[in-house]
Structure formats: C-alpha cells, structure tokens
Design a protein around this ligand. Structure first.
Ligand code: KDG
Length: 342
C-alpha cells in the first residue's frame, strides 16, 4: 500500500448543502450521484474500501448510480453526518459505532474495554445475528444501517510521556493526561477511571487540538494515527488495544426508500463485499502502520501480558457501572460468540 502524506486535514463542515435527489426512483432514469461523507482521510482503509463500494455499485448499475466520497470530515463529524442522513441532506456515511449509540443503545457493548480479545472474535461478532439485530434496530431512526466493518483496536498516543501503566496515565507528581475521546459515555468513563482528564471531541477537530496542546493525547487504531498524520504532533504511542470498535456503513433512509428493490439489493451486496475488503485492508494496515509510525519517530511502547492485565484490572469499574445498563444478557451473548472462536 502506498501513502501520500500532507493531506489537508479538518475542513470547515458545510451544513448548508442542498438535499439529495428528490423525486423518481433512483436509477430508473438517467444516472444519480450519491454523496458519502467520511471522517477519515483518503489514505485510510475506510476510504479505499468506500471507493471499492462505489466502483462495484457503478459497475453493477451500469453507471446509473455513482458515489462521490468526501473524506477528512469535510461534510461534518460522525454526529453531524448521522443527523444529515436523518434529514436526507446526505446520502451515506461511515461513522464509528460509538457515537451511534445515541440511536441504538446496544451498540455500546462494543465500547466495553477488553471485551474482544482477538480480531477473529471481533469479526465473528460483527458477522453474527446479534450484530445484524443491532443494524436492524436502526429501523425508524431515519438511518438505514448496511454493514459493520473494522475500525479496529484503539491505542493511546500522547505528547507528554511514555505510558506503560495506568499510573502513567493518571500521573503521580504530574497531572493526569488530557485525552480526547469519541462522543460516547463509556469511553469517557474508561479514561476517567484511569485518572485521565477526558474530553469528548469531534474527530475533525482533533489534529489541531493536539497541535495547539488543548489535549495531550487521543486513542485510535494505528492506521488512523498514521493516515491522519497524528505522529506529527504525538511523540508517544502505547499498544494498549483497550477497545475494539467497528464502523457502520449507513445510508439515509430517504435515499434507501427511493431505490428500486433490485438496487437496494445491489447496494446491500456492495456494502457487504466492501466491508470484507475493508477488514482485510485494515488488518494488513495495523502492523504496517505501527512500523511506519516508528520510522517517523514515534516512540511506541509494547505492553506485556502483565502490563495489559494491569489496565484490564484498572478499568473493571467501567464494567460494574455500565454492564447493567448495556444489558448483562447482551454481554453474555457476545461472550459466547467470542468463546466459540477461542
Ligand atoms: O470516518 C470515521 C471517523 O469519523 C471516526 O469515526 C473515527 O474512530 C474515529 C474517531 O476517533 O472519531
């Protein structure tokens, strides 16, 4: 994979865009262009697989449906773009599951730290009937959820110090790290519990917040840390793998409803295939991106089993607080899918 660096980062969201095509069934007459907004950059596995989605769809509809992709939070952040899907002013988006918990609460199961111990387990969960039920639960929200795919294991980076223990996060004679989190209460709880000062913030604002020292650090998969150039403003990384969060490819229900049934099937199938591709790409990117980051001067701390266990133990209060609200039955269901892969 190649990587072109120096891409313009966050741009001002333009919420005054005209609404998507009105009127006839899409694909019936002439060609239609769907607009898809992404938070990540055009070197991310998310973008590359979205291109693949667009290509499949264009080919199978013989050019009747094309997809224009807007990366780098150009059209807004995850929260704003989901609202735009609801009103129909945007056709497609690809947010993290974490901010989507405001629509489907069960998705918060993915926010529980150290729940998915391996990629095999994570993939099995994303492809399970339990996960399909979560996608179906978007019914009535104005959003059609098409598929899960991989964002991946999230790792901590910061500009202040090397972190290898919860104590390093909290600081003893120094202040706790200020860490940007996604807009999600479980993530907030994780970093509060670890003694950090967490600040929920839109992804598009993160680079400049770190550059200006508004926050010390953030957590994202290595691929995002690389493709969004975070290494330019973050000297330290720790392989915490503290949580595995998926992406959800979404369409505006209004756009979906205007697709003829055979086009709906094509969209669903293209989404499924591109998610498979995305998971493959993202898996390959993970180690590669970590190496690239080290080459670019980021000091990355690997944690041994005991060090990981220390983090796991430290975040136990997050389970105590959130498991009853997310649902013990749901957690047990996920656990049994995980166990079957071990
Ligand atoms: O396109 C997805 C991004 O907007 C976002 O979900 C990435 O994991 C992410 C984060 O930290 O906000």
């Amino acid at each position: 994979a190649t990587l072109s660096l120096g891409i313009a980062y966050a741009q001002t969201p333009d919420l005054s865009d005209p609404p998507a095509i009105e009127g006839e069934v899409l694909g019936d007459h002439g060609s239609h262009t769907l607009r898809m907004g992404l938070g990540l950059s055009d070197t991310s596995p998310q973008y590359l697989s979205s291109r693949y989605f667009a290509d499949i769809l264009e080919q199978r509809t013989e050019g009747r449906i094309t997809v224009n992709i807007f990366p780098n939070s150009q059209l807004g952040d995850d929260v704003q773009m989901m609202e735009m899907l609801q009103t129909g002013s945007l056709d497609m988006s690809y947010p993290s599951s974490s901010p989507a918990t405001t629509y489907v609460q069960e998705l918060a199961v993915f926010d529980l730290p150290f729940l998915l111990p391996s990629r095999e387990a994570a993939i099995a969960v994303m492809q399970s009937e339990t996960a399909q039920r979560m996608l179906d639960a978007f019914e009535g929200t104005g959003i059609k959820a098409l598929t899960f795919s991989e964002n991946g294991y999230r790792q901590l980076t910061n500009s202040a110090r090397a972190v290898e223990s919860p104590e390093d996060v909290a600081g003893l004679d120094v202040r706790g790290l200020s860490v940007r989190t996604m807009e999600n209460p479980v993530h907030l709880s994780i970093w509060e519990t670890l003694g950090a000062n967490p600040t929920p913030m839109a992804f598009g604002e993160l680079f400049s917040a770190m550059e200006q020292g508004v926050v010390d650090g953030q957590e994202n998969p290595w691929s995002t840390i690389l493709t969004s150039n975070f290494y330019e403003v973050q000297d330290y990384g720790s392989e915490t793998r503290h949580v595995y969060t998926p992406f959800i490819m979404m369409m505006s229900q209004r756009t979906w409803d205007r697709l003829a049934p055979e086009y709906q099937e094509l969209v669903q199938e293209a989404a499924r295939q591109s998610a498979e591709y995305e998971i493959q790409l993202s898996t390959e990117y993970d180690d590669w991106a970590r190496e690239q980051l080290e080459e670019r001067g980021m000091q990355i701390t690997r944690l041994d089993d005991d060090q990981v266990a220390a983090f796991q133990e430290a975040v136990q209060p997050v389970y105590d607080r959130w498991a009853p609200r997310i649902g013990e039955d749901l957690i047990a269901e996920i656990q049994s899918i995980v166990d079957a892969t071990q």
